[in-house]
Design a protein around this ligand. Structure first.
Ligand code: ZN
Length: 356
């Protein structure tokens, strides 16, 4: 039987926002990008965390436009942020709309799930489970009103920042080789956002956060600390990966790290090369298991957002990664924990911390 997989991160909604806003191509099987229902079914992928993401040009263009009309800079900054936030919210809502259309058109084949129990219930009915995530909080304004509305739309996971500065904190820029310790920690608003996520039971994702911000989360969050799509800095020293000390802190919080399939975050040389052996991935998994334990490691493919090893190719190739885990000596229980159970368990722990 094909191993079931609940994956921690993909950018399919971004791809669909550029290719097919109806979402119809997701419901069939094609060869564009990495995920659709047909290829997911062949690969054993029964669900995953689907991100909304505001590509850099959407907000940068807004900032550049505003700077042209306000050359003095200083007084214009708050308005630039507001303009960027409104554009980010529009982009985010457009991607959420695609997820909602997919669910409605799927005639029960896809369900947007809000809890781990809903994921399991969907899978028991052979439905694909989609959990919604926002990668970077640019769409949320300083009073956090948008967080409430997005929660109500089903969003249950949030990346505090993507790799750029916001009113909440500093995303880590992509550098190789480099430490993740680049830039300042979370702002007061960033700490307030963590608190609100804790109260609502929204999972706080530290992938893309710089190291000072990461330590702020470990000090202030009441819930497990999670990185949905990051690898071991010891093996691939890119700024986006996690140091051993960070993994120790995640383990202490009973958090989870999802293995990112991007070759840029896997390879010792930090190169984007599709011909990267799957053994490179199991090397990261071995190290992560060593640091985080069997309950702290999962998958965070970055499908539709990254160049992945040719040995996987797309969602239909996931069984090849499972086979590589077997070659490395992982037993069935450990493989099921990594591929499926661990995300559901940490989501349950996160939601049990909710106070509102
Ligand atoms: Zn990402």
């Amino acid at each position: 039987m094909t191993q079931r997989i609940f994956d921690g991160h993909n950018d399919a909604l971004l791809r669909l926002s550029r290719k097919d806003r109806t979402g119809a191509i997701f419901l069939g099987e094609g060869n564009d990008g990495h995920i659709d229902l047909g290829r997911a079914a062949r690969g054993g992928m029964t669900g995953g965390i689907f991100a909304t993401f505001v590509p850099p040009e959407s907000t940068d263009r807004a900032s550049a436009d505003m700077r042209q009309t306000m050359p003095d800079g200083s007084t214009g900054v708050p308005d630039i942020q507001r303009e960027g936030q409104q554009r980010a919210l529009a982009v985010t809502l457009a991607q959420l709309a695609i997820a909602l259309r997919i669910e409605r058109k799927s005639a029960g084949a896809v369900r947007i799930c809000r809890t781990p129990a809903e994921v399991e219930a969907a899978n028991a009915d052979d439905a694909f489970a989609m959990m919604l995530h926002m990668e970077g909080a640019e769409a949320i304004g300083p009073d956090l009103d948008e967080l409430e509305v997005l929660y109500s739309c089903g969003m249950r996971s949030l990346g505090l920042v993507w790799s750029r500065p916001t009113i909440f904190g500093h995303g880590v820029p992509f550098r190789f080789p480099a430490t993740p310790d680049i830039g300042e920690g979370l702002t007061e608003r960033g700490l307030a956002l963590v608190k609100s996520c804790n109260q609502l039971g929204i999972m706080v994702d530290c992938s893309h956060l710089n190291e000072k911000g990461f330590w702020d989360v470990t000090r202030h969050s009441q819930a497990p600390v999670v990185a949905t799509h990051s690898n071991a800095h010891t093996i691939c020293p890119v700024s986006r990966n996690l140091t051993d000390a960070q993994m120790d802190a995640i383990r202490d919080s009973e958090g989870v790290v999802g293995l990112n399939f991007a070759t840029f975050f896997l390879r010792e040389d930090g190169k984007r090369i599709a011909a990267t052996p799957l053994e490179t991935m199991t090397r990261h998994l071995d190290h992560m298991l060593n640091k985080l334990g069997p309950k702290g490691v999962a998958l965070g493919s970055d499908f539709d957002g990254a160049l992945v090893p040719v040995g996987i190719g797309d969602a239909a190739g996931l069984p090849n990664l499972v086979a590589a885990m077997r070659v490395s000596g992982y037993d069935d229980a450990l493989i099921d924990a990594i591929c499926y159970r661990n995300w559901l368990s940490v989501l349950a722990r996160t939601q049990s911390c909710a106070t509102l």
